[in-house]
Design a protein around this ligand. Structure first.
Ligand code: NAD
Ligand code: GLY
Length: 370
């Protein structure tokens, strides 16, 4: 299988996403042209390190590149002020200079945190993303959104800082637990639902065997990255169209907040549930036929992803409280909630024109199934 290349054209911030098999074993050669001096700093997490760090260090050493690694705790709670401070100070202690490269080896948590650390270190150093989860390969490693969570909510502190290169090695996904793979799939299916009905149709046939079919998996990552790159090129800092990438996320962020960003609900699981709810809301507003939400639900059920609020363990707040949590969404404009709705599969659009009663109705019915 050949490596796929997706350019992200953003003027002087342009870069390439390289997608293929066993890329980590060639990482030294894949990034050598970016280096001013043969040394890099790697930041990873405690789950990824024993699985993939040694291979990366060996690949760098094979090209004469020395490396130091910082291993952070795994999990969403690492995206916090304390770990950000620790990372920045470690990078300074490691004497990372303005022209050096920092490598983020891990899932979306490491990518977001390390990208933000790179953005603020010495007023901005370059970083390379080596995403190791499906979610990070298809979404978070591309597009330059970086940041951390605070007590007030998720991703509320951060910056746009584009990576200098992204190496998406699909072989690393073999060590990913099934639950994390399925959570990442929530973001894959999002692309079909928001803008490519043919891709959604392809996923209906190929999604169920994606984790065991390398060719199909590489295509799913490729098509997702192509779609993300195309939207980011149109609207890098989310003035308009980039909000489409948040299909399902208004519901998802409220649910993640209600479950304390815990193991009860992974981000990608919330996206899958949120996409089903966004299609339900679209249908109730008369925007799309009943067939659309039914088809979305049928596919998610066939995949075995979380789909209903009853799939989230433990208690949830009532619909009014969930709606209030949506008020912290970064898409809120002039105090008005913005939703990504759809006129059909592959036809999403952004709107603020959604009656609160209809949203409450969708949430009440979803809560009633628990
Ligand atoms: P994660 O980084 O926490 O990874 C999930 C779990 O899998 C972790 O325990 C991790 O240690 C482990 N893991 C990672 N790679 C592995 C591998 N190859 N084998 C075995 N285990 C592995 O979570 P995630 O789902 O990758 O990312 C979620 C985060 O991404 C959230 O914080 C979300 O806000 C963020 N996100 C950011 C963007 C963006 O545009 N920046 C987009 C979507 C999501
Ligand atoms: N994941 C949403 C974005 O990158 O805009």
């Amino acid at each position: 299988m050949v490596m796929d290349l997706v350019p992200v054209n953003l003027g002087e911030r342009s870069y390439e996403v390289r997608i293929g098999r066993d890329l980590i074993s060639r990482a030294g050669a894949e990034i050598a042209d970016l280096l001013r001096r043969p040394r890099v700093a790697i930041v990873t997490d405690a789950t990824v390190a024993p699985l993939h760090l040694h291979r990366l260090e060996t690949a760098l050493a094979a090209e004469g590149i020395s490396s130091q690694a910082l291993i952070l705790p795994a999990g969403e709670s690492t995206k916090c002020w304390a770990e950000l401070g620790k990372t920045v100070e470690w990078l300074l202690e490691a004497k990372v200079e303005r022209k050096d490269i920092v490598i983020a080896l891990g899932g979306g948590v490491i990518g977001d945190l390390v990208g933000f650390a790179a953005a603020i270190l010495r007023r901005g150093v370059r970083f390379v993303q080596i995403p190791t989860t499906l979610l990070a390969q298809v979404d978070s490693s591309v597009g330059g959104k970086t940041g951390i969570n605070t007590a007030q909510g998720k991703n509320l502190v951060g910056s746009f800082h584009q990576p200098t290169r992204v190496l998406a090695d699909i072989d690393v996904l073999k060590t990913l637990p099934k639950r994390d793979f399925l959570a990442g799939y929530g973001e894959v299916v999002k692309y079909g639902l928001l803008g490519d009905a043919k891709f959604f149709e392809w996923l209906e046939s190929n999604g169920p065997h994606l984790s065991s079919d390398d060719e199909a998996l590489q295509y799913a990552v490729l098509r997702s990255v192509q779609m993300k790159a195309e939207i980011v090129e149109r609207d890098e800092t989310e003035e308009g169209d980039r909000a489409l990438l948040n299909l399902g996320h208004t519901f998802c962020h409220a649910l993640e907040s209600a479950t304390g960003y815990s193991d009860r609900l992974l981000h990608g699981e919330g996206v899958a549930i949120g996409c089903a709810l966004a299609f339900e809301l679209s249908q109730r507003l008369g925007l799309c036929a009943q067939e659309a939400p039914s088809r979305v639900r049928e596919h998610l059920r066939a995949m075995g992803t979380k789909l209903d609020l009853s799939d989230i363990p433990g208690a949830l707040p009532n619909s009014a409280a969930l709606l209030a949590l949506m008020g912290q969404d970064k898409k809120v404009l002039d105090g008005k909630l913005r939703f990504i709705l759809a006129r059909g599969i592959g036809q999403a659009f952004v709107t603020s024109d959604v009656p609160k009663e209809t949203v409450l109705g969708v949430l009440d019915d979803a809560l009633a199934t628990r």
